[in-house]
Design a protein. Structure first.
Length: 303
């Protein structure tokens, strides 16, 4: 009785060996190929990983949109003070740390040196949970998230003006290297605008200007003496193309230009239709009055 059962078991075993190629180990099922990991700055994910506004921390890269590049490849050690004046040493050469790489090096350089400014892109307009008041903007600096408080927004403190999607010139003023807020970075936009007041006019009468805002027809500048300058959008785009810079509207702002004034300041009329500037609040001043517009021609772009 036992012999026939053993014979059947042997036949089954031989058939199994033949079907499996004579190996005692089963061949694993094929898995889908995976793409190699992309370059990452810290532990927050790759450059292409999405960032959800409101996600905790500011560690790593969270690219929500295209932003101007801000990179310093001279990785090194920085001494950083947090808002409580505690001292931290951060090494951007440390590949295992959360602040590794050229972007963080550029950010810490701007944080610790007076004349180093950055370009970012505003991605979200924030409101307070308590009374829905305008609180500021979430911005991205070459993939690193930061926050621009309304009190430090400068030109965009006026709620009628919207920075969302536009590039801005900013300077970091507070950073949390550790603790529950590790990686939280705060920036302000007034220092870059004030910087042009320290620059003398050129021999040709040209002035330094910071492009603040862009509308459907115009590029809006901050000029020395807290004045506003405006030029047709097409002129600025032609200049950017001539200098091999980005000419799409969001990338024209947050950059320094040399501009030539074309006439006396004016509040109405002139070469451009100013109704759009009225609607968007470009002509309003912080005191509630109405700003005059100085027509200008951009002659050089610095990015």
């Amino acid at each position: 009785m036992l012999a026939p059962l053993l014979l059947v078991a042997g036949v089954v075993w031989v058939a199994y060996k033949l079907s499996s190629g004579g190996s005692d180990v089963q061949t694993p099922s094929r898995t889908a190929p995976t793409a190699p990991p992309k370059h990452s700055h810290g532990k927050g994910g790759s450059r292409t990983s999405p960032w959800r506004p409101g996600s905790a921390g500011g560690r790593g890269r969270h690219d929500l949109c295209e932003t101007p590049m801000e990179r310093d490849f001279n990785l090194r050690v920085f001494t950083i003070f947090n808002p409580e004046d505690e001292v931290y040493t951060i090494d951007t050469r440390d590949t295992s740390g959360p602040f590794y790489g050229p972007v963080w090096t550029r950010i810490f350089t701007s944080l610790t040196q007076e004349n180093e400014l950055l370009r970012c892109r505003a991605v979200l307009r924030r409101r307070t949970a308590k009374n829905n008041a305008f609180a500021g903007y979430d911005v991205v600096i070459d993939g690193v998230r930061a926050f621009l408080p309304r009190s430090r927004c400068g030109y965009f403190r006026d709620e009628r003006r919207d920075a969302t999607g536009k590039c801005l010139a900013v300077k970091p003023f507070a950073f949390h290297p550790a603790g529950a807020k590790r990686g939280n970075l705060l920036v302000e936009a007034q220092t870059p605008a004030d910087a042009i007041d320290r620059q003398p006019p050129g021999a040709d009468g040209s002035l330094w200007a910071l492009a603040l805002d862009v509308t459907a027809t115009s590029l809006v500048f901050s000029l020395p003496g807290k004045r506003i300058g405006v030029c047709p959008l097409g002129e600025a785009q032609v200049l950017a193309q001539r200098q091999n810079a980005r000419a799409d509207r969001p990338f024209l702002t947050g950059a320094y230009y040399r501009v030539l004034p074309l006439g006396k300041g004016r509040g109405t009329g002139g070469e451009w239709e100013l109704a759009e500037l009225e609607t968007t609040g470009v002509l309003s001043s912080s005191g509630g009055g109405r700003r005059a517009v100085l027509p200008v021609r951009p002659v050089e772009l610095f990015v």
